[in-house]
Design a protein around this ligand. Structure first.
Ligand code: SF4
Length: 292
């Protein structure tokens, strides 16, 4: 396999066959991200993809799902993406689902016909790093999309028949701003229909610009109790039916459940954790976390 061993994938893709079709991220500007530093975005050469597919076909018994790997592989122009999807069909005929990361800003660049073509070619669902629905924080972190973009682009995926999972990043707005950010984000996410929302916690990983800002004092991280309050407020105010996946390694809490059924239990768990949390003791732990 040309695909390197240590690749990032959303937690719910643990069982998917991973196929690297791009390297890097076309945006590569989010202050909190160190995934693709020094990596120039480029599609993986087609011959490498073909060789990897042949190898997968020789070792995997009837895989049903493939994950296209990279920062935003589903953002490739259809002229490049569709031949990759055709290759999956040809080499792995048992595969009925293809997923991968897609930026909100990428959806904007695709026409409705492009999205319909992706769905027809087997793209069943995508994962978007929305992170937050409050513009001041999105802008501050250079996410490259706005709340209005999220509200415009996710329904276009739905109309094309492509499901989506979203990320919400607790503590994204920084100290003292999480309550407002959580309430505004809940308003935005409530108008969507995500299959799941994966909860992570804002962490200044080594090498990312956010770390420099935290160390210089230009950005103040929300203390852990405020992060828990942020996530609790977000979920308490979220009115869409969805899965909450909150067992990511960056979280100093574990919450998983189905909304609305498990809302009260999740919020109660977070409130209990918040009361038990010693912010001062946990601050060094956050700074020791190494990888997204
Ligand atoms: S968070 Fe996602 S969009 Fe932002 S730089 Fe990292 S990979 Fe790219």
């Amino acid at each position: 396999m040309h695909t390197p061993k240590h690749l990032r994938r959303p937690p719910h893709e643990y069982a998917s066959v991973m196929l690297e079709v791009t390297k890097g991220c076309t945006h590569n500007k989010c202050l909190f991200c160190n995934l693709y530093q020094g990596v120039e975005f480029q599609p993986v050469p087609l011959e490498h993809v073909i060789e990897d597919l042949d190898e997968i076909a020789s070792v995997e018994r009837s895989p049903h799902r493939v994950l296209f790997v990279g920062g935003n592989p589903m953002g490739l122009p259809n002229a490049r993406l569709v031949p990759l999807l055709e290759l999956v069909r040809e080499k792995l005929p048992s595969v009925s689902e293809v997923g991968g990361y897609l930026r909100t800003a990428d959806v904007k660049l695709k026409s409705d016909a492009d999205l319909a073509e992706m769905a027809a070619m087997g793209v069943t669902d995508v994962t978007l790093g929305t992170e937050c629905g409050w513009d001041p924080a999105l802008e501050r972190m250079r996410k490259g999309h706005t709340a209005a973009d999220i509200l415009e682009q996710c329904p276009r995926l739905e109309a094309a028949g492509i499901k989506y999972s979203l990320f919400y990043l607790g503590g994204f707005a920084g100290a003292g701003k999480c309550e407002e950010s959580a309430r505004e984000s809940a308003k935005v996410f409530s108008r969507l229909h995500p299959v799941r929302i994966t909860i992570m916690t804002m962490t200044p990983y080594p090498g990312c610009k956010l770390r420099e800002e935290v160390e210089s004092g230009a950005f103040e991280l929300a203390p852990e109790s405020e992060v828990m309050r942020d996530v609790a407020t977000f979920i308490a105010n979220l009115s869409c039916d969805t899965l909450i996946v909150g067992s990511h390694d960056s979280n100093l809490f574990r919450i998983d459940g189905v909304l609305p059924r498990d809302r009260e239990g999740i919020v109660a768990t977070l409130e209990m954790r918040q009361r038990q949390t010693n912010d001062e003791a946990l601050a060094p732990l956050r700074m020791r976390m190494l990888a997204m």
